[in-house]
Design a protein around this ligand. Structure first.
Ligand code: NAD
Ligand code: ZN
Ligand code: ZN
Length: 354
C-alpha cells in the first residue's frame, strides 16, 4: 500500500480548562512513537464519560488542554518502527484503554484496565475527537474491512463495557437481567448483547421515545419508566416471570438513585454490576437483605483486549444493531447539551469530516 498523505494540521474539539467549553479548531497532527500507530479517525462515538471529563466529575484529573473521545473508528495511516502486526490501511479503533504497561501484576493477568500506568484516551492522553489520533499498537482494536465504521464506533467503549459487565454478572442464558439506563448509549448496546447471550431483558429508563426504542427496536421484554413508576422496586420485581426479581442488574445510569435501589429488587443469589459513574455517588444496600438474599455487588470497568475482540466479533457477526445518529465533529457541544438533559436515545456518532 502506498503511504497515505498525512496533513500537518487537522480539525479537533479541544477543551482548555475543566468545565469547558469545547472549542472546534485546527491543531497539529502528532507523529506516532515507536510502539504507536496514527489512526485517521472517521467516526467517533460520544460517551457520557466524555462529558464527565469536561465537567471534572471524577476524583482523577484529565490532561489539559484535552482532546476528548474514546470510541474512535478509522484507518491506520502511520506506525512506529516497533509495530509489526498492524498495517497501514488496516481498520482500527481507539478505545478508552489507549495503552498499558503490559508488565505489571494486572497486565500479566489480562486486567489491563487496572494497570496503574494505563493511558486513558480522551482523558490522560488525547482521544478521538480529532481527525488523527495516536494509540499504542498493542491496544488498538482490530476492526475488519467489512465493518461499517460509524456503527462500529460505539462498540469501542459502550459495547466492550456492557459485554464485559454482562460476563461479570454471571447471568446465564434463559435468565433475566435488568438494565438500568437502558435508553442511553451503554444501555442500548447492553440490550443487544444480552439478547445475543440468550438473556431476557427488563429495560429501565424514562420517556416514550426510549420506551419505544427498547421494546420495539431492541427487543426488551419489559420496560419500567423510573420517573412514572410509584414503586420502582415492586415494578421491576413484577416484571420478572415469577416476581422474585432479575438474576442480574446492570447499572449504566448516570444518577445515584438506582445505585441505592438495585440491591432491593435483585433476585436472591443475584448480582448487581455497577458500571455507570455518576459524580460523587455512593452505593447503598440494606445489610439485612444483602445477607439473607446472598447478593453480590461488584464494579465492572471497560474490558481487556480479549473482551474487546469478543465484543467486536459479536458486532461483526451482525448480532449487535443499536440505534445511533451521525452528526459532524463540529457539533459536539450540541450533543453534550442533549446529553445533559437526558434526551439522547441510543448514541451520537461524530463524522470527523464535517
Ligand atoms: P447516557 O447519557 O447515554 O445514558 C444514561 C442513561 O441513564 C440515560 O438514558 C438516562 O435517562 C438514564 N438514567 C438517568 N437516571 C436514571 C434512573 N434513575 N434510572 C434509570 N435510568 C436513568 O450515558 P452512557 O454513555 O451510556 O454512560 C453511562 C454511564 O456509564 C456514564 O456515567 C459513563 O461515564 C459510564 N461508563 C462507565 C464505563 C465503565 O467502564 N464502567 C464505561 C463507559 C461509560
Ligand atoms: Zn466510554
Ligand atoms: Zn500494567
Amino acid at each position: 500500500m502506498s503511504q497515505p498523505e498525512i496533513p500537518k494540521k487537522q480539525w479537533a474539539q479541544v477543551i482548555q480548562k475543566t468545565g469547558g467549553p469545547v472549542e472546534y479548531k485546527e491543531i497539529d497532527v502528532q507523529q506516532p512513537g515507536p510502539d504507536e500507530v496514527l489512526i485517521n479517525i472517521k467516526f467517533s462515538g460520544v460517551c457520557h464519560t466524555d462529558l464527565h471529563a469536561v465537567n471534572g466529575d471524577w476524583p482523577l484529573p484529565t490532561k489539559l488542554p484535552l482532546v476528548g473521545g474514546h470510541e474512535g473508528a478509522g484507518v491506520v495511516v502511520a506506525r512506529g518502527e516497533l509495530v509489526k502486526d498492524v498495517e497501514i490501511g488496516d481498520y482500527a479503533g481507539v478505545k478508552w484503554i489507549n495503552g498499558s504497561c503490559l508488565a505489571c501484576d494486572f497486565c500479566q493477568q489480562a486486567d489491563e484496565p487496572l494497570c496503574p500506568k494505563a493511558l486513558l484516551s480522551g482523558y490522560t492522553v488525547d482521544g478521538s475527537f480529532q481527525q488523527y489520533c495516536i494509540a499504542k499498537a498493542a491496544h488498538v482494536a482490530r476492526l475488519t474491512k467489512d465493518m461499517d465504521l460509524a456503527a462500529a464506533a460505539p462498540v469501542l467503549c459502550a459495547g466492550i463495557t456492557v459485554y464485559k459487565g454482562l460476563k461479570e454478572s454471571g447471568a446465564r442464558p434463559g435468565q433475566t437481567v435488568a438494565i438500568v439506563g437502558a435508553g442511553g448509549g451503554l444501555g442500548s448496546l447492553a440490550q443487544q448483547y444480552a439478547k445475543a447471550m440468550g438473556l431476557r431483558v427488563i429495560a429501565i429508563d424514562t420517556g416514550d421515545e426510549k420506551k419505544k426504542m427498547c421494546l420495539e427496536q431492541l427487543d426488551a421484554a419489559e420496560f419500567v419508566d423510573f420517573a412514572k413508576s410509584e414503586n420502582v422496586v415492586k415494578d421491576v420485581q413484577a416484571a420478572t416471570e415469577d416476581g422474585l426479581g432479575p438474576h442480574a442488574v446492570l447499572l449504566v445510569a448516570v444518577n445515584e438513585k438506582p445505585f441505592q435501589q438495585a440491591a432491593e429488587y435483585v433476585r436472591p443469589r443475584g448480582t448487581v454490576v455497577c458500571i455507570g459513574l455518576p459524580a460523587g455517588a455512593y452505593l447503598r444496600a440494606p445489610v439485612f437483605e444483602t445477607v439473607i438474599k446472598m447478593i453480590t455487588i461488584r464494579g465492572s470497568y471497560v474490558g481487556n483486549r480479549k473482551d474487546s475482540a469478543e465484543a467486536l466479533d459479536f458486532f461483526r457477526r451482525g448480532l449487535i444493531k443499536a440505534p445511533f445518529k451521525v452528526v459532524g465533529l463540529s457539533e459536539l457541544q450540541s450533543v453534550y447539551d442533549k446529553m445533559v438533559k437526558g434526551e439522547i436515545a441510543g448514541r451520537y456518532v461524530l463524522d470527523t469530516s464535517k
